[in-house]
Design a protein around this ligand. Structure first.
Ligand SMILES: [Zn+2]
Length: 183
């Protein structure tokens, strides 16, 4: 950790980051796309309504299909961060403007733009080696590439994405993934 990161940690009460009692872990998910992406659309294809991501890279427009199981796992992560109680996702319908997520405990609509931002960040979590330490208050997330430390608590994070833009950030996603059972 750099000196400035340690100072930041001390100032924000993150001294417990260095606790030797908690081993950091890195969320083990496969990237949806193996580079940072700008998602253009989420739609479905075929009679089976397989989810499809349409995105831009420097090489132009590309797309890829996502299995329904992987797609459900992604949105289960999203709902858990948002505090939506559920134990299972039954179905996800993708419309022009939103994702309609049916769970065993009710239905939630997610605005398409919000869904696209979440998926882009979810993909970044798979690409960046974020280190998560779960603590009683939530989680401390260290980004070794950017030398930043973020504290995730229920309903928020100390990073700029959350404080100024109120968008679910990669730290919240990483912390949530470390608490979800792997299958
Ligand atoms: Zn954050």
């Amino acid at each position: 950790m750099s000196k400035s990161a340690i100072a930041t940690a001390a100032n924000s009460g993150l001294g417990f980051y260095s606790s030797p009692l908690v081993e950091p872990e890195t969320p083990k998910i496969s990237p949806l796309i193996s580079q940072s992406i700008k998602l253009e659309n989420i739609d479905t294809i075929g009679s089976g309504n397989t989810p499809r991501l349409v995105y831009q890279t420097s090489a132009g427009r590309c797309s890829r299909l996502v299995s329904k199981a992987d797609f459900a796992r992604i949105w289960s992560c999203f709902l858990s961060i948002r505090g939506v109680k559920h134990s299972r996702i039954l179905e996800i319908n993708i419309t022009d403007h939103s994702l309609i997520i049916q769970t065993n405990q009710g239905t939630v609509a997610v605005d398409k733009n919000q869904a696209k931002m979440f998926l882009s960040r979810y993909n970044r979590v798979a690409l960046e080696p974020l280190q998560v330490r779960l603590i009683p208050q939530g989680a401390v997330v260290w980004n070794p590439d950017h030398h930043t430390l973020s504290l995730v608590k229920s309903g928020g994070c100390t990073c700029e994405d959350w404080r100024y833009r109120q968008t679910i950030c990669k730290h919240q996603i990483a912390a949530q993934l470390c608490q979800m059972p792997s299958d």
